[in-house]
Design a protein around this ligand. Sequence first.
Ligand SMILES: N[C@@H](CCC(=O)N[C@@H](CS)C(=O)NCC(=O)O)C(=O)O
Length: 190
Amino acid sequence: MKLIGSTTSPYVRRTRLLLAGRPYDFVSLDIYGEGRDELRKNNPALKIPVLDDEGQEIYDSRVIARYLGVKLGLAGLSWDQENQLTLIDAANDSCVTMLLSKRSGLDIEQDALFYNLQRERIMTSLRTLSAMVDAGEFTDWQYPSICLFCLIDWLDFRALVDFQGIESLLSFRDHNLQQAMVAETDPRNA
Ligand SMILES: N[C@@H](CCC(=O)N[C@@H](CS)C(=O)NCC(=O)O)C(=O)O
């Protein structure tokens, strides 16, 4: 198996953590620079991660997790866990949009419909996830916890949100710093 990604993407990191302890090749690309041609060859959606399992390409971390679940015999997700992933992805996608806007020189704090909607979605999703952490819904190190960990650690790394009022998300992150492959995949060491 080959995983195509980058060392900073939270979507790639979640797949690397899911694959902890299993053999696979990791190809790290600079998707906005010299690695873009390689990305074009592997995913017309121009996003990472991409999994290549003996010629079977799988796009999208969530689909990759489903594929690996079947291949490796991992437990499937409940509908509530699917909803957790949807909240995590909603916040993550909006934050990627914010980061790309910032890098494009746009003012992401401006009072404009597009940015207002992203900020609102990020905070409602994160507040709900924080309440779920408080309610003990992320105590097991399973795929939803892995995805939440990667999101929170990436938000902190990129300084994209104010964690005031949702500090339990940072406590959750800190509590899981010793999990397998977490240190090795720290985006700060990219
Ligand atoms: N739904 C996708 C999202 C993947 C994604 O957005 N990855 C980012 C890197 S963090 C990316 O490739 N962005 C490229 C772009 O937006 O142009 C997944 O779960 O794999």
